[in-house]
Design a protein around this ligand. Structure first.
Ligand SMILES: [Zn+2]
Length: 384
């Protein structure tokens, strides 16, 4: 019986924390109403969570005395992790706090080799550690990641294989890593305004490559060997002769990455594919017809793939992010039009296709942060 009581208490505490994480600061009255827990139980549980530094009172707009009825509770602004969004040409990083806030956001050019990359990461972590105490490092990776060992199995656009991330650090840190589309899906399912109602969803991240994160029954799908959601490599053209880095031909990624759009436009200002694509987006927004035509053709290619995905998964929302986060509204309409034209009517009757909620910081960085927060809570609530 004691065991049951203790696991119920632990479940209740976690529920209160998760509610505050996804809804922002709330009163104890609100928590009691939403959970059905007695007000006295909520008071006791939240006091315990404050004692171990997880929760704190935050400023109420009516300036009620701290601890009084009606005072807002939130997760503490406690530093817990350094988070890295590893891009093919640029890596963004930040310090993550328990309440979901990110600070010290900065970036550096991604070097060619993992050795050079982790040398820079160690310097950045050490600079942050001079200011704050934390012991989790969380990485968003453009590739397939073994989450058990935090090993990058394959990051094709970086040309990195079998990279054992913990081996670059001499202990002292807990290392977390996941695929960028999975983390973006996690960010949307945990933090976005619609997260409460999100059950089955797909996040399509379009950069130099194309990845997808899949949410089924509220959980991000990783698969048996961590390669679930690799829809970028579904064949959409049987007769195409262009070879993908996966070894196959006719992959969706070859038609829907930003490289496809950049190459079809021709000369574009910018050093990297991302820079060039930003130029293309700007030209389209300024009314350059050729840029608008290329973006429309790209949207059709993206819609072709999404039609296949929604036929297979039947999500209620498909979210598009990465380099397309700031695409014009017309772009998303075109993707939706093509998807609905091709997919089964039943699969699209309630379907919403929209850009990501997270423009800056990116969904990848927010997802890596949420991954760290969940791990921190797992360990802190288990041991207290
Ligand atoms: Zn492929």
């Amino acid at each position: 019986m004691k065991q049951d009581h203790s696991s119920m208490k632990s479940w209740n505490r976690r529920t209160l924390v998760e509610l505050l994480l996804s809804n922002g600061p709330k009163t104890r009255t609100w928590l009691s109403k939403v959970t059905g827990l007695a007000p006295s139980a909520v008071t006791r549980l939240t006091r315990e969570l404050m004692d171990i530094g997880i929760l704190t009172f935050v400023q109420h707009e009516n300036k009620v005395e701290p601890g009084r009825k009606g005072e807002l509770l939130d997760l503490a602004q406690k530093p817990i992790a350094a988070v890295f969004d590893v891009g093919v040409t640029k890596t963004s990083f930040a310090l993550s706090f328990l309440n979901g806030k990110l600070d010290l956001i900065s970036h550096f050019a991604t070097p060619e080799t993992p050795e050079e990359f982790f040398k820079i990461v160690k310097e950045k972590v050490s600079e942050m550690r001079n200011l704050y105490d934390f012991n989790i490092l969380s990485f968003s990776i453009p590739g397939i990641v073994n989450m058990d060992s935090s090993t990058i199995i394959l990051a094709p656009n970086l040309g990195w294989y079998d990279v054992d991330i913990p081996s670059y650090f001499d202990g002292g840190y807990e290392i977390l890593a996941d695929n960028e589309a999975n983390l973006s899906m996690l960010a949307e399912a945990s933090y976005s305004p619609e997260s409460q109602n999100m059950t089955n969803a797909v996040f399509v991240i379009i950069r130099e490559g194309v990845g997808t994160g899949v949410l089924i029954d509220g959980k991000v799908l990783h698969g048996d060997t961590f390669s679930a959601g690799e829809f970028g490599h579904m064949t959409i053209s049987v007769n195409s002769e262009e070879t993908c880095h996966c070894g196959n031909t006719g992959c969706w990624e070859l038609f829907s990455s930003i490289k496809w759009a950049n190459n079809h436009y021709g000369e574009l200002d910018g050093e990297t594919q991302i820079d060039k694509f930003e130029t293309l987006l700007r030209l389209a927004k300024d009314g350059t017809q050729k840029a608008i035509d290329i973006l429309n053709a790209h949207a059709v290619n993206v819609g072709v793939g999404i039609a296949n995905i929604v036929n297979a998964i039947n999500p209620d929302v498909v979210i598009i992010g990465g380099a397309l986060s700031d695409a014009p509204e017309q772009y998303f309409k075109k993707v939706e039009e093509e998807t609905k034209k091709r997919a089964l009517r039943m699969a699209t009757s309630n379907l919403v296709i929209r850009p990501t909620t997270f423009k800056s910081p990116s969904s990848n960085l927010v997802g890596a942060s949420f991954f760290a927060i969940e791990r921190f809570l797992d360990e802190t609530l288990k041991s207290s």
